[in-house]
Ligand binder design. Structure first.
Ligand code: TPP
Ligand code: MG
Length: 548
């Protein structure tokens, strides 16, 4: 006997068929039919406090699992609020879907409720962006969106869902269900891999730079093995600070000496300074392995004959192929080269002074004091998730806290995602601590997500460096306009810990170094979403160089 199905049920069931169990969302008129359908499809709706937070959570889910995270928001203003956060996901190459409700098709062009050219609006910050045009094909659209998000250079995809298509009922035999996701990932051909390995073997000072897709536990382990097998130091670049990112130690000193740089899924862009100029050896040669033809083309255009090899391939599988072919190959002799020893020491270099540096102010800590206290808590569990967000303070954290599971806001440098990331991480990690390190400016973007965390029972610890200013921008003023022209970036030394307590979480206020360790322990033991509000000195981000 034939049955009818509602568009909203097709959406919910399609998500379920594709393996999605959780949807990060903020309600609204256009999507209440999907809320209703979620009951029968048994989808867990995580209702947040701002649409951008839903996108950030889907982004974190995508980064931590490799499977597309799902954000669902209402049309018009809900969609507009969500779009900004897609830029973060795009820069981090995070697979995720933004599903937005949308004015009914019969209203369009007539001044419909919350009518907006949503697909156009999301297009520049997504891999693909379109509006569904029939109830029958809603499921296929979702499957296609998922496939695009997870293929090639992974990233966000947007789909708008007009409300009349969600409300319409059709015969179930007319439904085009989504195909199981079959992401297309180009392999690296063995002969090309061998050519690359030969080039690395012949180089005197080779360097491998991987992109954000390798920033996973498995990706980091793969790079470590590739480094050991080829003798080429391998790093991940995922910060807008580029080669000056102190996470990479004295990286500028390494980059300057390299005679061959292998880009493994890392775009040649402002972060790599296009591998040209005073930061590089003028004769440095490049190999570009990238899932995106256009990126290989850019490398060719930028580097001309200095591009030794350019090839289209998925970064992770290319890394695995290189590793397999390297063992016993031409790189064996390189493994213990002086170059490797020196470069690795530079990358691991942290100034000795950081071990003893203390604040001169009686009621403020230096960022190094904060992260010296946090480090043992982070290292206690190998599965700890560390999230770093904001300006100068968080840079100290990134540089001083070695972890396998790390989420940073990414090459777009967009601040504000940390608390949402922490919630999403806790949903995936049942046991290990989740720490979010962030500044006092940054916490304001989504502080109300603490209420979501309390409501959903998602404990994590936010370590807040409170210097009562947007210091990254103050530092720019100091550097570019002079210390006497630093203005407009001040904040109050606010008691964010009390805000968190009021929202049902756990708050700590710390003004002295000896208070910090116990405060972090109490925050962890509380079993609640917690904020350790640490009063700190305004200190510029660290910069590490071997030579002054
Ligand atoms: C969405 C967004 N808005 C603004 C900026 C510019 N910005 C970068 S860091 C920063 C200051 C952050 O202040 P805070 O979180 O207090 O960290 P601090 O630098 O003081 O340690 C600002 C405004 C940005 N990168 N992203
Ligand atoms: Mg600050």
């Amino acid at each position: 006997m034939s049955q009818t199905l509602r568009g909203a049920d097709i959406v919910a069931r399609s998500l379920k068929r594709l393996g999605c169990r959780r949807v990060f969302t903020l309600s609204g008129n256009h999507i209440m039919s999907i809320f209703d359908a979620a009951l029968d499809a048994d989808l867990d709706l995580v209702h947040v406090r701002h649409e951008a937070a839903a996108v950030h959570m889907a982004d974190a889910h995508g980064r931590l699992t490799g499977e597309a995270g799902i954000a669902l928001v209402t049309g018009g203003p809900g969609h507009a609020n969500a779009v900004g956060a897609l830029f973060t996901a795009l820069g981090a190459e995070s697979p995720m879907l933004l599903l937005s409700g949308h004015a009914a098709t019969w209203e369009l062009g007539r001044g419909g409720f919350q009518e907006l050219r949503q697909a156009d609006m999301a297009a520049p910050v997504t891999k693909a962006s379109w509006t569904s045009n029939a109830t029958e094909t809603l499921g296929r659209d979702i499957g296609e969106a998922m496939r695009i998000a997870s293929s090639g250079r992974t990233g966000p995809v947007h789909l708008s869902l007009p409300s009349d298509l969600l409300d319409a009922r059709i015969e179930d035999s007319a439904v085009v269900w989504p195909e199981p996701p079959a992401p297309s990932r180009a392999p690296l051909a063995d002969p090309t891999a061998d050519k690359i390995l030969t080039a690395i073997a012949h180089a005197e000072r080779p360097l491998i730079i991987a992109g954000p897709q390798l920033s996973t536990v498995a990706g980091r382990a793969l790079l470590e093995k590739l480094e050991a097998a080829t003798g080429a130091p391998a790093v991940i670049m995922e910060s807008p600070r580029g080669i000056a990112d102190a996470t990479l130690g004295a990286f500028p000193d390494v980059v300057k000496r390299a005679d061959l740089i292998v880009l493994l899924g890392k775009a040649l862009d402002f972060t790599t300074k296009w591998a040209a100029g005073p930061a590089f050896d003028p004769d440095v040669r490049l190999i570009a392995i990238d899932p995106d033809d256009a990126m290989v083309g850019r490398a060719r255009k930028e580097k001309g004959e200095h591009l030794l090899i350019g090839c289209v391939a998925d970064a992770t599988s290319a890394g695995a192929t290189l590793l397999t072919r390297a063992n016993g190959g031409p790189n064996d002799g390189q493994r213990k080269s002086d170059w490797h020893t020196e470069a690795r020491a530079a990358l691991d270099n942290r100034p000795a002074a950081w071990r003893s540096i203390v604040s001169q102010a009686p009621d403020r800590l230096h960022p190094a004091e904060v992260f010296r206290a946090l480090r043992p808590c982070v290292e206690r569990d190998a599965d700890t998730v560390l999230i770093c967000d904001g300006g100068e303070f968080a840079q100290w954290g990134q540089s001083m806290l070695p972890v396998r599971r790390r989420l940073v806001n990414g090459v777009t440098g967009s601040i504000g995602s940390a608390l949402s990331f922490a919630l999403a991480a806790r949903m995936l990690e049942p046991k290990a601590p989740v720490f979010a390190v962030l500044g006092d400016g940054t916490i304001g973007f989504h502080i109300s997500e603490f209420e979501t965390a309390v409501r959903r029972g998602l404990p994590f610890v936010a370590v807040l460096g409170n210097d009562a200013r947007w210091n990254a921008e103050s530092e720019i003023q100091r550097r570019d306009y002079g210390a006497n022209r630093m203005h407009g970036c001040e904040l109050l030394p606010a008691r964010y810990d009390l805000v968190i307590t009021a929202l049902g979480g756990h708050g700590e206020h710390v003004t002295r170094a000896d208070e910090l360790g116990p405060a972090i322990e109490r925050a962890l033991a509380s079993g609640k979403p917690a904020c350790v509000n640490v009063m700190i000195e305004s200190v510029a981000a660290p910069a590490i160089r071997l030579t002054p």
